[in-house]
Design a protein around this ligand. Structure first.
Ligand code: PLP
Length: 394
């Protein structure tokens, strides 16, 4: 009899978004006259910007003309896009060559696939609270996971220490769910730690475009020594509204080697085996994001989400509720008031003011007692949610 991958039996059911959906559905069934203010969503609400739409249309038209038609694309990405992304890094003062950039269908795909580069006996460190995919992708391939808790005492930005023994280190900054961002100094500690121990950092930079404090690092490659210990995984999902269009990119420096194996060459080998590349049309749309006009337009959209963050932060300031995030990230992570636990606070907001957020407990044990607001909703709903919050908790 075929033996399936038995590690799947070790996966815990993911109750978080299922429970939220069940609770909101039950509430609406019992209260059909009420409407909800959804501050829990991780999806964007604004459409693609016009520079991207124009490029997508042009690419579709190319596919109708024999001379312009594109079939299979290069597995690691079209050179026009790899070069545009390398240029984007250059503008941030980071030198990355086009053949260190790999175009992907999004960060989720990549966060799972990239584990092919590492032995299944290796150990992964996950800083909690965390984006749930890190843990699950490692369980599926049977890796050991070490959890590092973070909390208010370190602003949810823990430092490494010598008791940590791990081969793969997940770092997400700006963080989902906490919105906290590692400073240059803090991130340098992790880079030094990885180089000293021979570990590899998987740096999830899905929210780098939300950083407005220019003293904070957008890319791990801004740090000294990162080229010998880090892989950076990026996404256009939140940056440019590509959640449904699907595109991301990954940077693997050529200096990154372990035990005589070059990880950039290994990834070329992996991609040329396991994918036939991202579609021409999507890559053309993606390239438009990196033009001057594309950058201007996506930042107009990001500004809308950042204003939502300001509205929610003002409400929390007024109420004297502790929170982190919001300034340089699309998430706000707050302490549930009056000692409520995460789900208690969820029920309280749903029942009293019809505001839906995400209980922190769903992102790891140390998220208990905290709550996540996302800023991707509409400005109108965000304002009303903030008003209701102030009224309820004043
Ligand atoms: N990484 C983090 C931290 C995220 O929050 C998300 C999506 O919410 C992703 C990766 C996945 O991004 P993508 O849509 O590119 O798969």
């Amino acid at each position: 009899m075929t033996t399936p991958n038995m590690h799947y039996a070790d996966l815990k059911d993911s109750y978080l978004f299922y429970n939220i959906a069940q609770k909101t559905k039950a509430y609406l069934e019992a209260n059909p006259d009420k409407r909800l203010y959804r501050m829990g969503i991780g999806d964007v609400s604004l459409p693609l910007c016009s520079a991207v739409i124009k490029a997508l249309h042009e690419a579709v038209d190319d596919q109708a003309v024999k001379e312009n038609f594109h079939g299979y694309m290069p597995e690691c990405g079209a050179s026009f896009l790899r070069e545009a992304i390398a240029d984007y890094y250059a503008h941030k003062g980071v030198t990355v060559s086009a053949d260190e950039v790999f175009v992907s269908s999004g960060a989720s795909d990549e966060l799972g696939d990239i584990l092919d580069l590492f032995d299944t006996n290796s150990t992964a460190l996950v800083i909690e609270p965390a984006y749930p995919a890190y843990v699950d992708a490692n369980i599926m391939s049977g890796r050991k996971i070490v959890h590092l808790s973070s909390g208010e005492e370190n602003g949810f930005l823990p430092s490494p220490d010598d008791s940590i023994k791990a081969d793969i280190l997940y770092i997400c900054s700006p963080n989902n769910p906490t919105g906290a961002v590692f400073s240059r100094h803090q991130l340098q500690e992790w880079v030094d730690f990885a180089n000293k121990n021979g570990s590899v950092i998987l740096f999830d930079a899905a929210y780098e475009a939300f950083i407005e404090d220019e003293t904070l690092p957008h890319s791990i490659f801004e740090l000294k020594g990162a080229r010998t210990c880090a892989i950076e995984i990026c996404s256009l999902s939140k940056t440019a509204g590509f959640t449904g269009t699907r595109m991301g990119y990954t940077v693997i420096p050529k200096e990154l080697e372990r035990k005589g194996m070059n990880l950039n060459s290994m990834w070329v080998r992996n991609r040329t085996t396991k994918t036939n590349g991202v579609s021409y049309i999507i890559q053309k749309g993606g390239a438009a994001v990196f033009t001057a006009e594309g950058q201007r337009q996506i930042h107009e959209n990001i500004k809308v989400y950042k204003n939502n963050a300001k509205v929610l932060m003002e409400a929390l300031d007024k109420l004297g509720i502790w929170y982190t995030g919001g300034n340089n990230a699309p998430y706000i992570w707050l302490k549930c008031p009056n000692g409520m636990d995460s789900w208690e606070f969820f029920d309280y907001l749903l029942n009293e003011i019809q505001v839906v957020g995400t209980p922190g407990e769903g992102f790891g044990k140390c998220g208990e007692g905290y709550f996540r607001f996302s800023t991707f909703g509409s400005p109108e709903d965000t304002k009303e949610a903030a008003r209701r919050l102030c009224e309820l908790l004043k």
